[in-house]
Design a protein around this ligand. Sequence first.
Ligand code: PLP
Length: 369
Amino acid sequence: MVTTQQAIPFLDLKRVNAAHDASIRAAISRVLDSGWYILGNEVSCFEQEFAAYCEVKHCIGVADGLDALHLILRAYGIGDGDEVIVPSNTFIATWLAVSQAGAQPVPVEPDEATHNLDPACIEAAITARTKAIMPVHLYGQPADMAPILEIARRHGLKVIEDAAQAHGARYLGRRTGGLGDAAGFSFYPGKNLGALGDGGAITTNDDALAARLRMLRNYGSSIKYHHEVAGVNSRLDEIQAAVLRAKLPALDAENAARRRLAAAYFEALQDAPVLLPKAVAGAESVWHLMVVRTDRRADLQAALSRAEIGHMVHYPIACHAQQAYAHQTWPDLPIAERLQGQLLSLPIAPYMTEQEVSRIADVVKTALR
Ligand SMILES: *Cc1c(COP(=O)(O)O)cnc(C)c1O
């Protein structure tokens, strides 16, 4: 008898949200029935709930993660002529946030083993124009924040966390979102806490920054039709805030499920010829992505595709090598360039089973034997 194996998609969002079906439908109905669709009760309740979750004073809902990062820079007055240190390996939004603010992204290489910004490389990139460091908690693992914060303090720089991949992760016991001066989150559907469309938020303990951001996101206005600054329209929708409120209570359990799956991957792949990410000391990852490294990526991709197992590359082209940034000359970034050719993301999602992980690991081991 031939047993047919079920395909394993890279990420099945319908299945992610099916776990919250009743509460999401109730949340959407509540907004529909309220007759209030922008900056109402759902957004302010979500802001309070997410601030409490991140263990910070303030949360400000915005349209998406890119806006969250960009508006933090604007609110700090970082722009023309200023430089912001960013990782050389990240999703392009980190860099675009800096560019949109009118400032210059200055790439610093990651620690190759953890994929996160290497604190030892930061000081060489600081100039008289540097205003901030923007570490990314890449793939769900917090960056090595203690040395980053120490360098920032010594040079008078802001630390802005790109926490778009790390909702709920901890560093030395504390949640991401409260580790630096301010943090940007994304609620893009595929993130660990995802909406049914775009969404984002800023978290901070800085009262003045929070007040300025509330104004900036809403046409620069805190009193209707009174505009103190030339702000933007970047608001989290009531309907998305209601959906996020329905999903937030399960986030810790979903992150715990991701951690169990990651442990299963580590166990199953311990002798396989792939490099697994190394833990940052003191960091507790939420495993947004399960990324392995191999110099035989094409073989692995082919084998996974044959076995109907989803896979992706995060990210195939480093930011400085993108056409969008081709008009500038960049320093040599050999680590980012090496990683873009070797990284491969395997499926990880809260609904997956350890059996599926072991099946995927078998395909990986057979492919690279
Ligand atoms: C998703 C993401 C963003 C941007 O979020 P959007 O909501 O898509 O704008 C920023 N930085 C990183 C690292 C991301 O993964």
